[in-house]
Design a protein around this ligand. Sequence first.
Ligand SMILES: Nc1nc2c(ncn2[C@@H]2O[C@H](COP(=O)(O)OP(=O)(O)OP(=O)(O)O)[C@@H](O)[C@H]2O)c(=O)[nH]1
Ligand SMILES: [Mg+2]
Length: 547
Amino acid sequence: MIIGTAGHIDHGKTTLVRALTGVDTDRLPEEKARGISIELGYAYAPVPQGGVLGFVDVPGHERLVHTMVAGACGIDFALLTVAADDGVMPQTLEHLAIIDLLGVSAGAVALTKIDRVASQRTQEVTAQVRAALAATPLAGALVFPIDATDTGCPGLAALRQHLYELATRAPVHEANGLFRLAVDRVFTLPGHGTLAAGTVFSGQVRSGDIVVVMPGKLSARVRSLHAQSRPAEVGRTGERCALALTGVAKDDLARGHWLADPRVFIASNRLDVRLHFLREVDAPVKAWSPVHVHLGTAHRVAHVVPLEPVRLCGRAPEELPLPAEALKIEAGGECYVLTPDRWRALREGALSALARFHQEVPDQAGPDAGRLRRMSFPDAPPALWQAVLAQLQEERRLFARGAWLHLPGHHVTLSEADRALADKLRPLILAGRFDPPWVRDLATTVRDREGRVRAVLGKLVGQGEVYQVVRDLYYDRDAIAELAAILGACHREHGAVHAAHFRDLVGLGRKRAIQILEFFDRVGYTRRIRDAHVLRAQSAWPPAAVN
Ligand SMILES: Nc1nc2c(ncn2[C@@H]2O[C@H](COP(=O)(O)OP(=O)(O)OP(=O)(O)O)[C@@H](O)[C@H]2O)c(=O)[nH]1
Ligand SMILES: [Mg+2]
């Protein structure tokens, strides 16, 4: 679990982290001299039940809010620190708002410096803090009265125990998705070369992996890594990691860069965002208003171009002209506004990914729409992707055969020997109807190698003659059409299709019934909603390629 401090300057954040971990995170001579934090500080403490508490200590100075945001961007838990003498102060509220905007919904409050005030004041400030938290996701956070200079203070022991308990119960981050880490610190160590540290936002990284430095596209190899301050083979989502890199120098990297799987990012100087205004915001946001953008650990100055009227706390919306060249694409009930460059990049990207696919697997008819999207623009909204493919089809630069997309001129050819084998296989598969033989059994019957049977069936998939429901299990197109009709009728009668019902209708085992339903989801005929499958709007069999 990564815990980030938050709170007004001088309220005891660094002192508290030192009391909890034994580490003084104010390392710079300037920090020592001025008695304030300037840079982000990092400290770790083992949890007795296993695991590690990671702390990111942020500065409270009002001019260092950008540093605070960089530190807070990867945290799971906010430790809001309020000094009992001062009470709630401007950066208490500002940091709280930032935590809220970052979506951090877990936290606790350390009410420090209780040794300096009478107990009545402690109660007063507790009430102030409760009021400040009331409208935020931290409303239920526990408040721990603490003297952070006294390591034997009972409130400190209670806070530590609370953090241990939360850390052992904290949900494990899903480590799926492509790797990306927001760099917040770059340094060198003798014998290790350049090191970059930060929180892993998604995926995982191992030593030996190639990562790119974005923006910029420099490649680096991960020589070794530390996760949560310990040597590790793999670093996962939610962990703070330091990567020792070869192929880049210290000056190639800085806070604000991402280290990522080479497929994650396309650098851009434009960004679509949904603006959420804090209650206190009173400044009008107009076309081309300058703003500070904090994204991960990066901080940039940018201009806003509102794409719809901006509503500010009940005031009448202001109207905004779009740039003259902006394209409006209506798809799937949404309106997407794109620059012509972006639209062109989506179209050309689809075509070049398809060309690559044909080159790599010439024996296959082509990918389906979802796969092509994942290969080229995994983040593109499916509805927008549908519009891209529809236009390419209209222009006859892309064609669909069943669910498979292909470029003009691409077709899968069957040799005479392939066709002879196909003519033996198809009747066997057709005879199996809803429970056809597996590749292994087919190979035995026709006395040929499994690999060859698989290859020829793959080509028949491309011709739309058979469908692969799961690996090594192919259904004849007539059987699939029959199953699609049963599914359609069941959906019309009940409004949704459940596995148990479908199993009874087709007379198969539960596992196979589910495999067939998942096949129909995959090819876009149906869509899964919790444990039911529903027909997509205007679904017909065979499905249109664009889904
Ligand atoms: N008496 C007393 N002093 C405290 C307590 N907590 C912090 N201090 C003192 O308050 C001063 C500021 O503490 P820091 O921990 O540096 O405060 P900070 O919130 O990290 O400050 P910035 O990082 O600059 O925002 C130091 O002199 C601490 O010794 C406390 O609970 N009791
Ligand atoms: Mg500090």
